[in-house]
Design a protein around this ligand. Structure first.
Ligand code: HEC
Length: 190
């Protein structure tokens, strides 16, 4: 498994140090990032709108439970056949679709280490080759808005709704700044 990481800082450094060399990320990395953004944006826009409508989070929770997977499928339907994009985490809520594989776990452990060492930033990504597929990972760091449904102090109603929709939920107890999960784009050689 070929394993290398790119951060904005590293990219900037290479841009200044190697002026004559191409400093852009590889096209496949860029392509992956664009798919990650598509999924991230689709989910975030909806989440925001629902949280605004009902600040307790209950309405947004009902929406996420019903539609996160559908939205993911809709975004994937727009991608070329050689590509896909998905979410996963070390502690998952939806254990029907978001379970990580071995590579996912390794990358997420690396991101957690980077967070502990204050090395992670908004632009951090990880690129890993698995067979003929390039995977591009973007970390999702827990923000304040995430805590209503992934934090330690859930309102009883939210806790109850989560329990009924996801009896095996592992995705609570997060603090701001913790790694909540990743979005992964997978691009097959084509
Ligand atoms: C209103 C409640 C709510 C809020 C707020 C919320 N989530 Fe979630 N989250 C959910 C639900 C419900 C699921 C399961 C969705 C599904 O069925 O695929 C989920 C799933 C996820 C997953 C997929 C992995 C898994 O555990 O199944 C990630 C990653 C994630 N959330 C990150 C975040 C981040 C980052 C934030 C803040 C920006 C956030 N969530 C805010 C309710 C929420």
């Amino acid at each position: 498994m070929k394993h290398f990481s790119l951060t904005a800082t590293a990219m900037l450094l290479s841009a200044t140090a190697l002026m004559a060399q191409p400093s852009e990320p590889m096209p496949v990395t860029k392509e992956g990032i664009s798919y990650i953004k598509m999924l991230g944006k689709a989910l975030k826009t909806k989440l925001k709108a629902h949280m605004k409508k009902d600040p307790t989070g209950l309405e947004a929770l009902a929406f996420c439970s019903g539609s996160a997977d559908t939205i993911t499928k809709e975004v994937n339907a727009k991608l070329p056949a050689y590509a896909k994009v998905r979410r996963t985490a070390l502690k998952v809520r939806n254990d029907k679709v978001n379970i990580p594989d071995e590579t996912d776990v390794k990358v997420m452990e690396k991101f957690e280490k980077a967070i502990a060492e204050h090395q992670l930033n908004e632009k951090s990504i990880e690129v890993v080759k698995v067979g003929d597929t390039t995977r591009v990972y973007k970390p999702l760091v827990t923000k304040k808005v995430c805590l209503k449904c992934h934090g330690t102090d859930l309102s009883p109603k939210i806790a109850e709704a989560i329990k009924s929709a996801y009896p095996n939920d592992k995705a609570t107890g997060f603090k701001e700044g913790d790694l909540r999960g990743v979005i992964v784009a997978e691009i097959k050689k084509h």
